[in-house]
Design a protein around this ligand. Structure first.
Ligand SMILES: NC(=O)c1ccc[n+]([C@@H]2O[C@H](COP(=O)([O-])OP(=O)(O)OC[C@H]3O[C@@H](n4cnc5c(N)ncnc54)[C@H](O)[C@@H]3O)[C@@H](O)[C@H]2O)c1
Length: 476
């Protein structure tokens, strides 16, 4: 049976909730008196449809039905979940929650997105409500902080897991819950750094995104510090840095006393959290995660990824000289993100490295990014991969490229993907030169054609690779 969610207040957060529920197969009914509410939700939904399914390798459930209502009572009728996301004003929340409580089915979970109010603040006038505090964008970030009546929080926990979220139920209510309390502490220090003229907004952002922000993203603070303690672990870390609590490192000087009991408490909880892995194992996990995150950032050029992209551009590329010897087009390590469940390079990445070799070869003949930006390029029309040997994460692969034929619109290349002396795979690829405006094949510019011809002539004397004659399943 399809679940139904009612979204009361469809701004930034309500829109994100609507998208999260809809894309997970729930029907969603929205009430927001703002004349632009429908347009704003449609825009959030368009973003969510682009992003959320990209996280998964399986299809999400069929989208639920979205409806807009003129009254709050209409929207919440028959709902299993009602999410209040109106502006952060207690009087307004009280009024809206009273209306929701009166109209919502008995079994419905009533959650409030409030960033800072405690459930007891929200329920001060008797409304049934729990805090269900999400993070923007709600359709992508899993965390929801739950606080309030235990049985409702338990039901909320189950339902939220069903839509791919990670509920965190507070042991007791506090202003701003856990995450906003942390964020607020950092924010206050940022404002001091700014007003004291110590750093600019950009420098503060760099201090986060170029360094510890990346560690926090995958291990939080305690697991990260456990590693920082080295083999001696958490206890050692605290002994080293504990005394700093009393030094003027922050403006926030109301700190807990650094007692042996506090050290025991943290060391014990850290053991329970991370003790199943050695420090070396944690380091490897951290590094693999960082490689994955940094590679994603490199693609967009954002944050620390921009630094890597820039550094990469400064790394020398093999000079391609037209001669009988094959040209080296790629030399690279196999990243962890290319591994399959066996720790070996997954078959798709043999194609990826072959495509990198083609890109590099195009650069060598003058058909690199500038040529493409000016409106011409080569498009791949056919590939043939032969897998000869397995490759492990961390190994270095070198690709050499042979021009089988290069004349007119056609470019026919043969890449050998080598691990040391071993040819781990080969890739034969046929490309056609195209005009990017008409999307039709056309001859290359004279300079590109000339260089390609030089390579083709230089390689003409080489033996034809045996793989060229193969079809799938042909005897070796
Ligand atoms: N923005 C964030 O990053 C963030 C993150 C987590 C939680 N929150 C919390 O979510 C809640 C909403 O914040 P937001 O950023 O989406 O605000 P917003 O201003 O973008 O959206 C609020 C929406 O509520 C609508 N609204 C106003 N009165 C209403 C009423 N009586 N009935 C129905 N709808 C009404 C408005 O038209 C508006 O579309 C707040 O409690 C906020 O603390 C915000």
């Amino acid at each position: 049976m399809t679940h139904k969610a009612a979204i009361i207040g469809g701004g930034v957060i309500g829109g994100g909730w609507a998208a999260r529920f809809l894309l997970n197969g729930w029907d969603v009914a929205v009430f927001d008196p703002h004349p632009e509410a429908r347009r704003k939700i449609d825009e959030v939904l368009a973003g969510a449809r682009r992003a959320l399914p990209a996280l998964y390798d399986r299809a999400l459930p069929p989208e639920g039905a979205l409806s807009f209502h003129d009254t709050l009572a209409d929207a919440v009728a028959g709902a299993d979940w009602v999410q209040e996301s109106v502006p952060e004003r207690l009087d307004l929340k009280h009024r809206v929650l009273a209306e929701i409580d009166a109209a919502a089915p008995d079994h419905a979970v009533i959650g409030s997105s409030t960033s800072g109010f405690k459930p007891s603040d929200l329920a001060a006038q008797g409304a049934r409500v729990i805090v269900a505090h999400p993070f923007n964008p709600v359709y992508l970030l899993p965390l929801v902080e739950l606080a309030g009546e235990a049985e409702s929080c338990a039901r909320a926990d189950t339902l939220l897991r069903g839509i791919g979220m990670r509920p965190l139920t507070l042991r007791r209510e506090i202003d701003a819950h856990i995450a906003d309390r942390l964020l607020e502490a950092v924010w206050r220090e940022c404002l001091w750094l700014l007003t004291d003229g110590i750093a600019t907004t950009e420098e503060i952002d760099d201090a986060i995104r170029m360094g510890f922000g990346l560690r926090w993203a995958q291990m939080g603070i305690f697991e990260t510090y456990r590693i920082a303690g080295g083999e001696a672990g958490m206890r050692h870390f605290m002994e080293q840095f504990g005394p700093a609590l009393e030094w003027p490192w922050t403006k926030l000087m109301d700190v807990p006393e650094f007692t042996p009991e506090l050290v025991d408490l943290i060391a014990g909880q850290s053991d329970a959290q991370s003790g199943h892995m050695s420090i070396r194992e944690l380091e490897r996990l951290r590094d693999d995660n960082l490689v994955g995150i940094l590679r994603a950032l490199r693609k967009t050029g954002a944050g620390a990824g921009g630094v890597i992209a820039e550094h990469e551009r400064s790394l020398g590329q093999a000079e391609g000289i037209p001669q009988a010897a094959l040209v080296e087009t790629v030399r690279r390590a196999v990243p962890q993100t290319w591994a399959d469940y066996n720790g070996h390079m997954n078959e798709a990445h043999y194609l990826e490295i072959g495509a990198q070799a083609t890109d590099r070869f195009m650069e060598m003949i003058g058909a690199g990014p500038d040529y493409i930006a000016a409106g011409k390029s080569y498009f791949t029309v056919e590939n043939h991969l032969c897998y000869h040997d397995e490759v492990k994460v961390g190994e270095t692969l070198v690709v050499t490229t042979q021009v089988v034929a290069g004349a007119g619109k056609k470019m026919h290349l043969f890449h050998r993907i080598c691990r040391g002396e071993v040819v781990a795979a080969t890739m034969e690829t046929l490309l056609l030169h195209v005009d990017l405006t008409t999307r039709r094949a056309c001859p290359p510019e004279a300079g590109v054609e000339r260089t390609l011809t030089q390579y083709a002539e230089a390689h003409a004397g080489l033996d034809a690779p045996v793989e060229l004659a193969r079809h799938v399943g042909a005897k070796r």
